[in-house]
Design a protein around this ligand. Structure first.
Ligand SMILES: [Zn+2]
Length: 550
């Protein structure tokens, strides 16, 4: 027997075989049973959901020797001829290639002759919206007063392009997209009939890709079957069609979450080296973050998610906030739009992956405002002290002189000699202990060890990585960071850093945190209203502020 594509082989021959269109099917069946037969039908809906198949079943139902019946016999000459497509009384016209008024005039002439062997002369016009305006006008005359034996069945994917004058003379039926599980079940049935083994996740993927079109699903199924050797697996599909598997994306995201950006970037390189296109990579990442976002909102239907939920580990699902997922999704959607104009799409993808690494630290403005408010509350209620360091006698009670230190102040150091005039503004790091300096000095070569020890807190390991200079003289260790942010973060975590440095080199003396970043000149005496209001939030006042903020 000649090879027949699955879509043709599985074409429904009865209304009851039509999947996913229960409403349409029951209405048409009832109408036929009650002998309420219209002279024009309009079947609208997306492609590949059964419009043309329904038109043929309807033609058989009307012309079957046992009919009109909702259950055509399928064996009488009329049924057989319609199935084969060579019935003289059922005329199929492709609206897309017969758009002119002359084609329609021909129909107008033909309808004057009654059917030869059947009850009705049926015209099935596919893609009817493609007809020209004059063709529609010519057709309108015929539909208005058709001979009793004429029936038109129009099918279209774009009903809004069919003139209202035509639509209003038709019984309209809207066909819907077929849901993912129904498609998957049909594919499983097709595979079983062919004696082919098919993995569940592979069929799920095909069903998802076909986006509700049964015909697309069968076509894709045939294509995959051609390279699958009697066993359809998702691995093979990913491999042959150049897809990024969900497992691979999960792996990359897990690397990013653990701070191993390098491994994540290498995994992406590997995907690209394996021939997966950059566009496909971006598409799959977009799909991944979309699914995570929907899951965050509590959606569990795999139909909607387009992903089998158990494929994503719980730890990944819980690692991002809604805002972070929105940001990631937005980034990939924008990236897909932008790569067409990019100097090098590969760079764009790498940049996106690198940005994903800092995603868990991304806070939305709403979140920041909330945190600031709660911090203010804590400060006012005295839950947290304004100074982490043990208060010196002079500072035991909060005084108006207590100064807020501007975040941009260069090199927060403990050298009183530099700031003798402003003792209160100095953030001093008290020596961890008064023991004499250790036998070994902490040097730049110890930085990688420090980074490794901080690997569990990605942000701190990044901070440690940004140490540019290490200088130690007796009981004073100076760490110079590349940015003010890193210096401040290090300062905030000085206790942890101090203990790790002690572990590495035995050094227990004072640590001073510096930075190399060029910062605005500090200008004294003039207050900026914005800075002052921020400072007042924390019950401080602005002593020094950068010139460029005035
Ligand atoms: Zn029949």
């Amino acid at each position: 027997m000649a090879y027949e594509v699955t879509a043709t082989r599985k074409r429904p021959q009865l209304f009851d075989n039509l999947v996913g269109q229960e409403f349409v099917v029951s209405t048409i069946k009832n109408a036929i049973e009650q002998k309420r037969i219209a002279h024009a039908y309009l079947f609208s809906g997306p492609r590949g959901v059964g419009k043309t198949s329904s038109a043929r079943i309807l033609a058989r139902a009307l012309n079957c020797e046992t009919g009109p019946t909702a259950l055509p016999c399928g064996v009488c000459p009329n049924c057989k001829e319609i199935t084969r497509g060579n019935s003289v009384d059922v005329i199929e016209i492709d609206g897309a290639s017969n758009t002119s008024v002359n084609d329609i005039r021909q129909i107008k002439d033909e309808v004057l002759f009654p059917p030869q062997t059947s009850r009705y002369k049926i015209y099935i016009i596919d893609e009817v919206h493609m007809l020209s305006t004059s063709a529609f006008n010519a057709l309108l005359k015929t539909i208005e007063e058709p001979p009793a034996y004429i029936i038109f069945i129009f099918a279209t994917t774009e009903p809004q392009k069919v003139p209202a004058t035509i639509r209003s003379r038709c019984q309209q039926f809207h066909f819907q997209l077929i849901d993912l599980h129904t498609i998957k079940a049909c594919l499983a049935e097709a595979a079983e009939e062919m004696g082919v083994q098919a993995d569940d996740d592979a069929l799920f993927w095909i069903a998802k890709e076909s986006t509700g079109s049964m015909r697309d699903a069968y076509t894709l199924f045939d294509q995959i079957l051609s390279f699958s050797q009697d066993h359809i697996t998702l691995e093979q599909i990913s491999d042959k069609l150049g897809l990024v598997g969900i497992d691979q994306i999960t792996e990359i995201v897990e690397f990013l979450l653990s701070g191993a950006t390098q491994n994540a970037l290498m995994s992406v390189q590997k995907l690209l080296d394996n021939g997966i296109s950059i566009e496909q990579c971006i598409k799959d990442f977009t799909q991944f973050f979309r699914s995570l976002l929907l899951m965050k909102e509590g959606i569990t239907e795999e139909d909607i998610l387009g992903i089998q939920t158990d494929r994503i580990p719980l730890v990944v699902r819980g690692s991002y906030t809604k805002e972070q997922l929105e940001a990631a999704l937005e980034m990939f959607l924008k990236l897909y739009r932008d790569i067409r104009f990019s100097l090098n799409p590969r760079f764009e993808l790498e940049l996106a992956i690198s940005r994903l690494a800092s995603l868990p630290h991304l806070a939305s403005p709403t979140e920041l405002v909330r945190k600031l408010a709660s911090l203010k509350e804590d400060l006012l209620s005295g839950k947290v002290s304004q100074n982490k360091n043990p208060p010196r006698p002079a500072m035991a009670t909060p005084k108006p002189e207590q100064k807020a230190v501007p975040p941009t102040q260069k090199a927060v150091e403990a050298e009183p000699v530099h700031r003798a005039s402003e003792p209160d503004s100095v953030q001093e790091q008290p020596p961890v202990s008064k023991e004499p300096p250790a036998a070994r000095a902490f040097t730049k070569s110890d930085v990688p060890t420090l980074v490794a020890k901080l690997s569990k807190t990605p942000i701190l390991s990044q901070v440690a990585l940004s140490i540019k200079e290490v200088e130690q003289e007796n009981n004073s260790l100076k760490l110079t960071f590349s940015t003010g942010f890193c210096r401040d973060t290090a300062q905030e975590n000085s206790e942890l850093l101090g203990s790790l440095i002690k572990e590495i080199s035995g050094y227990t003396g004072k640590i001073t945190y510096l930075c190399t970043e060029t910062e605005p000149t500090i200008h004294k005496g003039v207050e900026d209203p914005l800075l002052s209001s921020i400072a007042s939030l924390f019950r401080g006042e602005v002593k020094n502020q950068p010139k460029n903020l005035q």
